[in-house]
Design a protein around this ligand. Structure first.
Ligand SMILES: CC(C)(COP(=O)(O)OP(=O)(O)OC[C@H]1O[C@@H](n2cnc3c(N)ncnc32)[C@H](O)[C@@H]1OP(=O)(O)O)[C@@H](O)C(=O)NCCC(=O)NCCS
Length: 184
């Protein structure tokens, strides 16, 4: 029996030893990437931050992706999520996102928010299939290049959990189809 691709990864707390790989992935993933110092700040200076890495299983554990979650009392926010290009389309971002949502819930958060570039169709599709709803936009939020942000939020409620767990349920489909998709 073959294992599912996501079974090949484990989610761990991000540590200093991971940062060279994390920054390399960051540089491959974003046009205006975080610098090493930004990740170091998350590890040691920011009490709200919960940075996690996805590692390949086996004798050599490579960093395949990461997610930086902030939990600020009842509000959680995903600050950064990326997957190494060689590991994309294996549902690793979905795994990272679900781990972040679970961690936010366990920490007492009621909502998880995030934003992405308006042009980032891959990320938006991921968020919409993980129970996030489009809640707004921010004009010119991003630089290098300048672009609007679209904002998403997931309510941490049993109803949304059910919708994510059972995407073929008619109520779930109706819910997602009713979510407007912004286009300039
Ligand atoms: C966006 C990103 C994190 C997705 O990572 P990934 O591990 O490849 O995503 P997954 O395999 O978990 O995909 C989950 C779902 O998202 C959607 N998706 C992901 N990549 C997609 C793509 N290139 N095109 C269309 N849909 C895509 C699909 O619905 C997919 O489900 P499916 O494979 O069953 O169709 C990755 O492409 C990345 O690191 N991009 C650069 C950084 C970035 O954009 N981060 C997010 C915004 S801050």
């Amino acid at each position: 029996m073959t294992s599912k691709p996501v079974d090949a990864y484990t989610i761990e707390v991000m540590e200093e030893k991971h940062l060279d790989d994390v920054v390399a992935i960051e540089n491959m993933s974003h046009t205006n990437p975080w610098k090493l110092e930004a990740f170091k700040h998350e590890l040691s200076q920011n009490p709200f931050s919960r940075p996690r890495v996805a590692l390949t299983k086996g004798a050599i554990q490579n960093v395949a992706g990461y997610c930086v979650l902030w939990v600020v009392f009842e509000h959680a926010h995903i600050q950064n999520i990326a997957v190494h290009p060689h590991h994309r389309r294996r549902h690793l971002a979905r795994l990272l996102l679900r781990a972040a949502v679970a961690e936010a819930r366990d920490a007492g958060a009621e909502t998880v928010a995030l934003e992405t570039r308006r042009s980032n169709d891959a990320a938006q599709k991921l968020y919409l299939t993980e129970g996030f709803s489009l809640v707004g936009e921010r004009r010119g939020y991003y630089s290098r290049p300048s672009e609007d942000a679209v904002q998403f939020e997931r309510i941490l409620s049993p109803a949304v959990d059910e919708r994510v767990a059972n995407p073929d349920d008619p109520a779930g489909r109706a819910g997602r189809a009713g979510t407007p998709r912004p286009r300039s």
